[in-house]
Design a protein around this ligand. Structure first.
Ligand SMILES: [Zn+2]
Length: 262
């Protein structure tokens, strides 16, 4: 795309995160932040979620601003996320579909997931002809949303690039014994030790600090992705840039977007 008059990545607001991976430039992949919208507190300012109690007109304006940074004619597949494992094929008909991951293999199309603590995971083939983005909370992770996303690709998992976006970090993600048990029960014996190490004891009885990035890495490693990148951006810690449901209770949503540029 270097010969194009405007590289679409240059049109993103400076605070937004471009996915730093060695994938062909025909894939535009980024994470929006709180920056650049019109919503009032506690949704300030670029809340993209319609289901969180914000003014509909403000969210619509925010979504319009998101579309504005994309090249004309690009369509986005929006999802109704349900913490499940359904992978939706992006379409250009404007219909919202129920699922927790979106797969894109046509130029001019894209998809997104919205989060405010759950883990957004980007996938792409190195040549940039196929990509996906998935929403993984602990429930979806446990039930296999990442494996389901990998399975949608014709590529061997080891040939894909994978990047973790901002999510609640091991500094803040407190969970109960039942969550740890669920992961341990689901894992093969060879992974037990690594799994246990993903849950750190706290001072509070029956409470653990879970490392969502590590849990996701273990699942991806087992599925044939040797070295996913990213992680380390905690939504709770970084109040300036990210919405966090755990921190604020009432909160907006930011978007993880992947587009195959026309
Ligand atoms: Zn944190």
């Amino acid at each position: 795309m270097s010969g194009a008059p405007h590289n679409p990545a240059d049109r993103l607001p400076p605070q937004w995160l471009r996915v730093p991976w060695p994938v062909a430039e025909r894939v535009l992949a980024f994470v929006s932040t709180r920056d650049g919208g019109v919503s009032q507190a506690p949704y300030d300012s670029l809340n993209l979620g319609l289901h969180v109690g914000d003014r509909v007109a403000d969210v619509q304006e925010n979504r319009r601003r998101l579309m504005q940074v994309l090249p004309a004619g690009v369509s986005l597949q929006w999802l109704e996320q349900v913490h499940g494992c359904t992978v939706v094929d992006a379409a250009a008909d404007g219909r919202v579909r129920t699922g927790d991951a979106v797969y894109v293999d046509r130029v001019g199309q894209g998809g997104l997931v919205m989060t405010a603590d759950c883990l957004p995971v980007f996938f792409a083939s190195a040549d940039g002809r196929r990509g996906a983005v998935a929403h993984a909370g602990w429930r979806g992770l446990l039930d296999g949303v990442l494996e389901a996303t990998l399975a949608r690709f014709p590529d061997a998992p080891g040939d894909l690039h994978v990047w973790f976006g901002p999510a609640i970090g091991p500094c803040h993600f407190e969970v109960g014994e039942e969550v740890r048990e669920a992961f341990v029960t689901a894992a093969p014996p060879s992974l037990q030790e690594s799994l246990m190490a993903s849950f750190r004891l706290t001072q509070r009885p029956g409470k653990f600090l879970a490392d969502l990035y590590r849990l996701a890495s273990l699942r991806l490693n087992a599925a044939g992705v040797p070295a996913p990148r990213g992680g380390g951006l905690c939504t709770v810690c970084d109040r300036e840039r990210f919405f966090s449901y755990r921190r604020d209770g009432i909160s907006g949503r930011f978007a993880s977007v992947l587009v195959l540029l026309p």
